[in-house]
Design a protein around this ligand. Structure first.
Ligand code: 5AD
Ligand code: FES
Length: 346
């Protein structure tokens, strides 16, 4: 099994059969080698740097109904909120003072976030903080909308493809949503010059190794600048409440594989990974991750951006995620980079 790791390290690719073997193996030596090769490759391109992204969760209203997600439209128990433009600017001001040089505006698909409103916020952010990158994560929108947001100054866009297998995609989403449109959005975002992030959940209900391989192949086709993966974590008020969550082991395995397949990609150690294990994000950093996204949302709304159960960084004690994470990053042997943190070679 270790020879598969070495082949992946040298060529950044494996056959489907080899990928399946590597994803499914319980060989400890191969797992350890994968971790150290992934760390070597991340250090070759990014050194010990970890980029911070200030996450501003702008709205928990969503018109979509993804079966796994706690803020899905059908969840009548969800306590919804949306931030005003002034609140978003305050989060950014606070974040800038804390050293963030990327702001990520993430939210459900909320129709009140019109192009006009968003363009105004983006312009104001770029005017006040010209040294910062603005990332959007607001779901599927029209080409014209993406074009206007880009023109207003947005630099990056995160839109997980969620599942590249049409069969799995349709089991995780309502009929109104389509993988085809998801992919169309991603390619349009690329064409418009955004740095693009795609990704998927690890251990989603019904997901097999074959589905994961389809995800890896789609990522090769898209060639995004960022790849976000994290374990599926069940949410109690969704149809998947009783399903099993994704594991730490498989998530780390895939992070290592992604680092070797996409040597220069930006790879976050996600909040979901930190949620299923107290040392999840640190282990992610040691397995090829080079980004973390601490929460900058106002503390009083954090619990309401409730994608999955037991989400970390939502309590009063987490008002200063920034410092908590800096300590953790340094303890893991890495350093916080006070810069925009663009993809190497973009
Ligand atoms: N568990 C883990 N991740 C989730 N997401 C949504 N619901 C869950 C869940 N239950 C992820 C999706 C989405 C991102 C914003 O959060 O992949 O793209
Ligand atoms: Fe948010 Fe530690 S990173 S509280």
């Amino acid at each position: 099994m270790t020879e598969l790791v070495e082949k992946l390290y040298e060529t950044s690719d494996l056959t489907d059969g080899e990928l399946k073997a590597l994803i499914e193996t319980d060989d400890r030596e191969a797992g350890e080698l994968l971790r150290s090769r992934a760390d070597e490759v991340r250090q070759l391109h990014y050194g010990k740097k970890v980029f911070l992204r200030g996450l501003i969760e702008v709205s928990s209203y969503c018109k979509n109904d993804c079966l796994y997600c706690g803020i899905r439209r059908s969840n009548k128990d969800a306590d919804r909120y949306r931030l005003t433009r002034e609140q978003i600017m305050l989060c950014a001001e606070n974040g800038y003072g804390l050293g963030f040089r990327t702001f990520v505006m993430q939210g459900g698909e909320d129709g009140t976030f019109t192009d006009d409103l968003l363009c105004g916020v983006i312009r104001e952010l770029k005017e006040k903080y010209p040294d910062c990158a603005v990332t959007l994560s607001l779901g599927e929108r029209s080409y014209e909308s993406y074009r206007r947001l880009r023109e207003a100054g947005a630099d990056r866009y995160l839109l997980r493809h969620e599942a590249a297998s049409p069969e799995l995609y349709s089991r995780l989403h309502p009929d109104q949503m389509s993988l085809e449109n998801r992919k169309k959005c991603l390619f349009e975002l690329k064409e418009l010059g955004y740095q693009v992030g795609a990704g998927f959940m690890v251990g989603a209900p019904f997901q097999t190794t074959e589905h994961i391989i389809a995800d890896l192949r789609f990522l090769q086709e898209l060639s995004p600048q960022m790849i976000g993966i994290g374990p599926f974590v069940p949410h109690h008020s969704t149809p998947f409440a009783k399903e099993k969550g994704g594991t730490l082991e498989l998530t780390l395995r895939l992070l290592g594989i992604l680092r070797l397949m996409f040597p220069r990609v930006l790879l976050p150690a996600t909040t979901a990974l930190g949620t299923i294990s107290p040392t999840g994000r640190e282990q992610g950093l040691k397995t090829g991750c080079n980004v973390v996204m601490p929460n900058l949302s106002p503390v009083d709304v954090r619990k309401k951006y409730d994608l999955y159960d037991n989400k970390i960084c939502t309590g009063e004690e987490a008002a200063e995620c920034r410092h908590c994470l800096q300590r953790r990053i340094e303890a893991a042997g890495y350093e916080v980079a006070a810069e925009r943190g663009d993809c190497a070679g973009f």
